[in-house]
Design a protein around this ligand. Structure first.
Ligand code: MLC
Ligand code: AMP
Length: 507
């Protein structure tokens, strides 16, 4: 390790960090940069914290936006921000400058901590010019000054993850250290994580599936987390075929892609892949509905009945099929330890048994607030319960997700995407007079982003042209995959665009 362990270990007030002290020489992270123990992580994150503090006693919940590929620098940066008393705001490595700019600005980031891989892009961001810009190698390798780290109470803000909604642009979901502890310990108990576990992380690290369910749970348990910079089907299969992993978690699209990669492999490799899976103790699917055909195909290939669970950025995980016992296809199980779940009708009254209702969630796992949006925060709760916007029904003791209350929330590849946000961007295109964006069911991606547009007079627009333009403004997974140019969008008598009719244009 560069710099050695020059910062003396301090008992930490942060539960995750305090637990790492007990794991010391165990391997914590296997990353493209190398293999690192819990002691390495404590040392490196203390150096990052000292660098961020730069002589101050406490960052006092300043926002630190950080951008690093999945790997060692990411983890050291995240823990360093926490140990310095800052709020960690993960930026997405796949996002174009416009989206990064929005998050840095909305979070009002005081510091931008970035990996040199992104130097050119970050240097061009106005938000980074206004903030203190620090490169991760500089933070990780810093040797002086030794800095006493602040005592960070659990009730303080820890993290802000940006999520799309039905109003406006993405909002920062603020979770405290206590929220994170509740989210993690619930999964540790339900899925029986131990120090003996080893997990392969293939998910992006700007959303809770990767951040909480995989990375934070592994580090809480004292387990080993192996990080791939990016999902790659054959590479993932190669690792699953080795005999040293115990856990795997992914979105349904990733299982679909793994199924396709397995089917494309020669028979002897197929056998090796399947045998590798058999050695894992648990494979989990979530973030979007798991199609029963995916579950069945995966079972036929790997022998695993995928454990499907349900969660959301604002609440971590809420419902899960059992680790032991029957996992019902098409169901997401029962409330996780410490999480209360209820179904309510449109008036907010508990739904009659057996009838559908909106899922509401309560418990220490539920987030604190949307960053600087008190009205949105207030609207998201009813009598202390968080309103998820997802509909479900309780049948024979287990929940089945039926869909969402809003057509404008799309799930594609496991990403939550706001149709309204994309429409706002597309309306700025010089050829587009009006547009409507919908999610259309898709076997591989769950839903595909489709755009219907009314063009201005005398212009044409091709999909490729629109995609090129949109890629500069939107994350790749928000870019439309299909385009219909229409004389007039379908509207109801009130003049409102009828989204189900729009979706029909693409079927
Ligand atoms: C990418 N492509 C898409 C697409 N995304 N096509 C249709 N729909 C999409 N959504 C296309 C690209 O344009 C490209 O096409 C090709 O697919 C490969 O692109 P890529 O970017 O390399 O894709 P890939 O890396 O394979 O990404 C697929 C993925 C990724 C499934 C690995 O989408 C992913 O990591 N999803 C996970 C998201 C996640 O973690 N969600 C959790 C949110 S938290 P071409 O033609 O250029 O080759 C949450 C709470 C909870 O939901 O409950 O967990
Ligand atoms: P996000 O806002 O990105 O955290 O995504 C959360 C949303 O993902 C939820 O509100 C659900 O709509 C969806 N989701 C998560 N898990 C499941 C699941 N197992 N089945 C169906 N939808 C899910």
């Amino acid at each position: 390790m560069p710099g050695g362990s020059e910062v003396p270990p301090l008992p930490s007030s942060l539960p995750l960090v305090a637990r790492a002290e007990a794991h010391d020489d165990r391997t914590a992270i296997v990353a493209p940069e190398g293999t690192f123990t819990y002691r390495d992580l404590l040392d490196a994150s203390a150096r990052v914290a000292a660098c961020l503090l730069d002589g101050r006693p406490d960052l006092g919940e300043s926002r630190v936006a950080f951008l690093a590929p999945a790997g060692w620098h990411y983890v050291a940066a995240q823990w360093g921000i926490w140990r310095a008393g800052g709020i960690a705001v993960p930026l997405a490595t796949s996002h174009p400058p416009a989206e990064l700019e929005y998050v840095i600005r909305d979070a009002d980031a005081e510091i931008v901590l970035a990996h040199p891989d992104f130097a050119e892009m970050v240097r061009g961001l106005d938000g980074a010019k206004r903030a203190r810009l620090i490169w991760t190698p500089q933070a990780l390798e810093r040797t002086t000054p030794h800095s006493p780290l602040p005592a960070v109470e659990e009730g303080r803000r820890a993290m802000m993850v940006y999520t799309s909604g039905t109003t406006g642009r993405p909002k920062g979901v603020v979770t405290t250290h206590a929220n994170l502890r509740a989210q993690v310990t619930s999964l540790i108990a339900a899925w029986e994580w131990t120090v003996g576990d080893a997990i392969l992380l293939v998910l992006p690290l700007h959303h809770v599936h990767g951040i909480v369910n995989v990375l934070a749970c592994a580090l809480w348990a004292g387990a080993r987390c192996e990080m791939l910079a990016k999902f790659d089907g054959p590479r993932v299969w190669g690792r699953l075929a080795d005999d040293d992993l115990t856990l795997f978690m992914a979105v349904p699209t990733i299982y679909n892609k793994l199924i396709a990669a397995w089917e494309a492999a020669p028979p002897e490799r197929q056998r090796a892949y399947a045998a590798g899976c058999a050695r894992l103790r648990l494979m989990v699917s979530g973030s979007a509905a798991l199609p029963i055909r995916t579950l069945e195909r995966w079972q036929a290939i790997s022998g695993h009945v995928l454990l499907e669970r349900y969660g959301m950025t604002e609440i971590g995980m809420a419902l899960s099929n059992p680790l032991r016992g029957e996992r019902r296809p098409g169901f997401v199980g029962t409330p996780l330890p410490g999480v209360e779940v209820r179904l309510v009708d449109e008036q907010g009254r508990p739904a009659q048994p057996g009838t559908p209702g909106e899922i509401e969630v309560r418990g220490p796992n539920v987030f604190l607030e949307y960053w600087r949006r008190p009205d949105a925060t207030a609207q998201a709760f009813r009598d202390g319960w968080f309103r998820t916007g997802d509909m479900a029904v309780l049948e024979q003791g287990a929940y089945r997700i039926l869909g969402r209350t809003s057509v404008d929330i799309i799930k594609s590849g496991g990403y939550k995407i706001s149709a309204l946000e994309i429409e706002d961007v597309l309306r700025a295109h010089p050829a587009i007079a009006e547009c409507a964006v919908v999610g259309v069911e898709d076997a591989e991606w769950g839903e595909r982003i489709c755009a219907a547009v009314e063009l201005r007079d005398d212009v044409t627009l091709a999909l490729e042209e629109l995609q090129r333009w949109a890629k500069q403004r939107l994350a790749p997974y928000k870019v439309p995959r299909a385009l219909r140019c229409v004389a007039a969008l379908p509207r109801n008598a009130m003049g409102k665009v009828t989204k189900p009719e729009v979706a029909r244009l693409f079927r």
